[in-house]
Design a protein around this ligand. Sequence first.
Ligand code: KG4
Ligand code: ZN
Length: 344
Amino acid sequence: MLILGIETSCDETGVALFDLESRRLLAHAVHSQVAMHEAYGGVVPELASRDHIRRLVPLSRGLFRQTGRDVRDLAAVAYTEGPGLVGALLVGASFAHALSFALGIRALGIHHLEGHLLVALLAERAPEFPFVALLVSGGHTQLMRVDGVGKYTLLGETQDDAAGEAFDKTAKLLGLGYPGGPALSRLAETGRPGRYRLPRPMISSGDLEFSFSGLKTAVLQLVRTSERDGNFREDAARAFQDAIVEVLVAKCSLAMSVTGLSRLVVAGGVGANAQLRAALDATAARRGFEVFYPDPAYCTDNGAMIAFAAGLRLRAETAPNESKADHAFTVRPRWALDSLGTES
Ligand code: KG4
Ligand code: ZN
């Protein structure tokens, strides 16, 4: 009983094989399109879709070769239904439904952010429900209360830029290329703390909302006034990272006290940030809550989180749905995670 997981929402083609019985991930593979989009300074949607088409079949074949399993061992195929780039999503959805039709198996559309937050349960040290999840990716910054599979309540979210987007835009301003989050974070490690002071947007707003577009504007101002200072780039990177980490930690801390919960899961690409992890761990130790992180390989976009979330959904089903006879499907470029429990 295998599930093939497919992720094509943005600029990574991810595939994975998950075994329902042993609850083990058998193999996964990711192809990143970063090198292809780099020349344009950002993701070019049409190029992304075309590349997903090229990669999906060879990547999936590789999984079967690597594990010695056969495509006929598949019980279901899961794909990212949204949110994401419409063309890119359509590639994964079409591939999944074609396989589902050919093999007579279920096709399951999975919410990308549900994948990000549930994959924490795949780790050796896995959290129990309920928990608070901080979702920090290139497209989203949200705090979510998670009471079980499919039971998500939005606590607060960004009013403008996502945390990853702020990292990427700041990296661009500092001439670090695309996507600059990881490079900015490496540079910040060598920077001097406290040399430049940037704002901590909405840190004292008393709610769980975020705003990061002002921070990016403040960095732009700093570039204009201080670019010629010695060691400017590393010290500015440090100032930016200090500001964003402080805001994220303060909001997580508030979410823990508002909900009264004792477990925090950090999900999405920015969750790989070492300074964020260190600051959250320190606050958690002081405040008496626990923090859980997915394996670094599953923090950024991947197929494993889609296969795993589908596995949890199938297990939670009381009356299994049959494969749809007409194979009609849709994708959802915009899709709120907390609407999952309320729609059919
Ligand atoms: O979750 P993800 O792979 O894709 C989306 O669903 O958006 O997140 C990608 C984002 C990018 O903005 C990237 O710059 C950021 O995560 N990122 C980081 C780090 N690694 C990835 N940001 C800060 N520090 C990192 N170490
Ligand atoms: Zn993602």
